[in-house]
Design a protein around this ligand. Structure first.
Ligand SMILES: Nc1ncnc2c1ncn2[C@@H]1O[C@H](COP(=O)(O)OP(=O)(O)OP(=O)(O)O)[C@@H](O)[C@H]1O
Ligand SMILES: [Mg+2]
Length: 239
């Protein structure tokens, strides 16, 4: 069973869509379009496939996200009860943790509650780095990510975890283990070429799916992310 992202080029690279109920890492450096792509996944889910969605931000102001997304033609307020935008600045998360000594279970139960409330089938956590920063060492981070993933899978949600990576690297995660815990990895690259940055997207892994492996060009347009699944990424690749 597949979950269409509704982003045509991406569904083509996946030969149909994301594996339903799985956990996918969306990795990329700053400004590569992680938030835009992930919101399109939620927005298209509601508009085209009648699947409610939850977008949890650990960092950005909710009103700013709404304003930014309206530039791509996404009216988040117009989605009504099928959509929830949760969260806010990380400071709140830290305060919350200190005040209540909240652990992974508390954060998970908060997500679970919202997912159940609206019957969400799609979930985005943006960015997962800040969630993982709440834990003190690698063992705890791994357990937290695995527990979070298991819970979202058991709720039947197809989930995108956004992962911020450093500039100008081919790294796909912050701590170096995230890609092993999840079911799939989609990487957004922005590599300096001459006087500009070339943007490319690739499916690094997708358990259970026969997907394309090439890096393909994409653009951020007034309609959001547009992927060109048959065009070469670098000029040298041209035949
Ligand atoms: N209408 C538009 N047309 C083309 N590009 C745009 C448009 N609006 C915004 N952009 C570009 O898209 C980028 C925003 O993408 P987005 O916020 O999804 O990236 P991100 O990877 O989530 O970034 P961050 O690191 O801030 O989280 C902007 O920085 C800008 O470069
Ligand atoms: Mg973002």
């Amino acid at each position: 069973m597949r979950t269409n992202t509704g982003i045509e080029g991406l569904d083509a690279m996946l030969n149909g869509g994301l594996p339903r109920g799985r956990i996918i890492l969306i990795s990329g450096s700053t400004g590569t379009g992680k938030t835009t792509l992930s919101m399109q996944f939620i927005y298209n889910g509601i508009k085209q496939f009648n699947e409610p969605g939850v977008y949890m931000t650990f960092e950005q102001d909710k009103e700013k996200i709404k304003a930014d997304m309206s530039n791509f033609g996404m009216d988040l307020d117009g989605l009504g009860d099928k959509f929830r935008l949760v969260g806010g600045p990380i400071a709140t998360v830290y305060k919350y943790k200190r005040k209540t000594k909240a652990g992974v279970e508390d954060i998970i139960s908060e997500i679970t509650e919202i997912v159940k409330e609206i019957g969400a089938k799609r979930v985005v956590l943006d960015p997962i780095n800040l969630f993982l920063m709440l834990f003190d060492n690698e063992d705890e981070r791994r357990v937290a990510l695995a527990t979070l993933s298991e819970n979202l899978t058991s709720l039947g949600c197809t989930t995108l975890l956004i992962c911020e990576v450093k500039e100008q690297t081919m790294d796909i995660s912050r701590y170096g283990f995230e890609e092993f815990v999840v079911d799939g990895v989609i990487a957004l690259y922005s590599i300096k070429q001459g006087q500009s940055f070339l943007q490319g997207i690739t499916v690094r892994k997708m358990r259970g799916v026969k997907h394309h492996r090439e890096i393909r060009p994409y653009e951020i347009t007034d309609q959001g992310i547009v992927i060109y699944p048959t065009q070469p990424w670098l000029p040298e690749d041209e035949e």
